[in-house]
Design a protein around this ligand. Structure first.
Ligand code: NAG
Ligand code: NAG
Length: 440
């Protein structure tokens, strides 16, 4: 069942500053999707009971708003009069022994391939200026809470704060923005950041796991999911007409994710919904429906589908294990910051049983607080997008580690790669790896 609420607000109100992190003028509620609520000093509640002391924080978050990763065949046509702005994100390459190189992205209009990508300064999937702005605001809020109000963090220095990202640039750009939001003087400093190789990256996650691919293909070809797709075929048909993606190989079949990406990226960066050369446009209602279907799809794939739990464990088991190890290690870091993707946060939420699942919002965060009570016993509390998770309000440290470790299958590598365990009902892989085992 899907229910949609449309709030009719005159579109005249739509003039928004380019860096606005809210898109409230839409007649549908995407504002919190574009910039997820996060913990902040004005709404934070300390745990009940006297004398508890915060001893560690792990924050896992999705990057902030970005350019689409899904391209339509004639991208420039649907971005008429729109410039994608990533000029606020100076991409920087520096090896410590060379010139401090920074680059901007540009497609000259006369480039023979120019129609394949929008005008402006954004590469595919790049963090936009608005995303960088949100990342800094996010860091500022973390600092106001955990430094100014709680006095837990003392200084924004690598001995106190560890940073891990994926190999994808936008996660590094967000980490950089969050640190600068916490302490402006970091913009002049070098910060060590940990990244795993793409083929092994557990935080993405992007390691190869053919059995997991087979499980997702089975979930997508299951009649219960095929029925959802059929029920919305008229919607897909309308979108394909505007986007020029009918009969196109670029659309990922059996998923709403392609349309979700095309549309939410535009809405979140305050761009108009796409129109084609014939003047047909995607309607606000169709975009709202895709957004709800995206939430529904993620809850299906990562929670309700048969074998969803195994799928999550195979694809995020390495990270669950690394997280448990890191929490158990006598840590030198007060804060461990991980900047990742929706594909990371959705699996973490599934493993922590924060149901129903929804598509992780931009800047979505899971905060794991470790406290020591007055009897020196350790407890964990988890906050998801600024709200305390009811089932993880105050649980013994060992129980929390147990919960993480239960998500780690034994012999993970063999389970992923063994060819002897075919999955019942599998057709061919229906979703490109980009959306299943890689990050968005
Ligand atoms: C938008 O959604 C958020 C959380 O999902 C909710 O708290 C808020 O009231 C909604 N706003 C409107 C205008 O419906
Ligand atoms: C602060 O926290 C409250 C409660 O979770 C939330 O509604 C609000 O959006 C948060 N503010 C920011 C900037 O995230």
């Amino acid at each position: 069942m899907f229910t949609f609420t449309f709030i009719v607000v005159p579109l005249l109100l739509s003039a928004q500053p380019a860096l606005s992190s809210q898109s409230l003028f839409r007649p549908w509620n995407l504002s919190s999707y574009c910039n997820a609520p996060h913990v902040n000093a004005s709404h934070y509640e300390r745990p009940e009971g006297e004398g508890a002391e915060l001893i560690h924080l792990s924050v896992l978050m999705r990057h902030h708003k970005r350019a689409p990763v899904a391209l339509v065949p004639n991208e420039r046509e649907i971005d008429i009069d729109t410039n994608w702005d990533c000029s606020g994100v100076q991409q920087f390459t520096y090896d410590g022994g060379g010139a401090r190189l920074s680059h901007t992205v540009n497609t000259p209009p006369a480039h023979p391939f120019a129609q394949q990508i929008w005008a402006g300064t954004c590469d595919v999937g790049q963090l936009t200026s608005g995303g960088f702005y949100d990342a800094r605001a996010h860091g500022k809020d973390l600092w106001r809470l955990y430094h100014t109000r709680l006095g837990f963090l003392h200084a924004v220095v690598p001995s106190e704060i560890s940073v891990r990202t994926t190999y994808v640039d936008r996660t590094k750009h967000v980490a950089s923005g969050v640190l600068a939001g916490m302490d402006h003087s970091t913009i002049k400093r070098k910060w060590p950041t940990h990244v795993q190789p793409q083929m092994e990256n557990s935080l993405g996650p992007s390691y190869k796991c053919p059995r997991a691919d087979a499980l997702i293909a089975a979930a997508q070809s299951a009649p219960v999911w095929q029925d959802v797709l059929k029920k919305h075929s008229a919607l897909i048909e309308r979108l394909d007409t505007v986007l020029g993606t009918r009969d196109s190989k670029v659309v990922w079949p059996s998923t709403f994710a392609f349309y979700q990406d095309v549309l939410t990226s535009r809405v979140c960066n305050d761009h108009p919904l796409p129109c084609n050369a014939a003047g047909d446009c995607v309607s606000e209602q169709d975009a709202a429906e895709i957004f709800e279907l995206g939430n529904y799809e993620f809850d299906y794939l990562y929670h309700r589908a048969e074998n969803a739990a195994e799928y999550v464990q195979l694809t995020f088991g390495v990270m669950f294990s690394e997280l448990a190890d890191a929490l158990e290690a006598p840590s030198h870091h007060r804060l461990a910051l991980y900047v990742a993707h929706d594909s990371s946060i959705i699996r973490l939420a599934a493993g922590l049983e924060i149901f129903p699942l929804r598509w992780p919002r931009l800047g979505s965060e899971v905060v794991i607080e470790v406290w020591k009570d007055k009897n020196k016993k350790r407890f964990v509390r988890v906050l998801y997008d600024g709200e305390i998770v009811d089932s993880l309000r105050w649980i013994p440290f060992g129980d929390f580690i147990g919960l993480l470790r239960r998500q780690v299958p034994a012999h993970l590598f063999e389970k992923c790669t063994s060819t002897s365990n075919d999955v019942e009902g599998t057709k061919q892989l229906k979703m490109p790896l980009a959306l299943t085992v890689q990050e968005v």
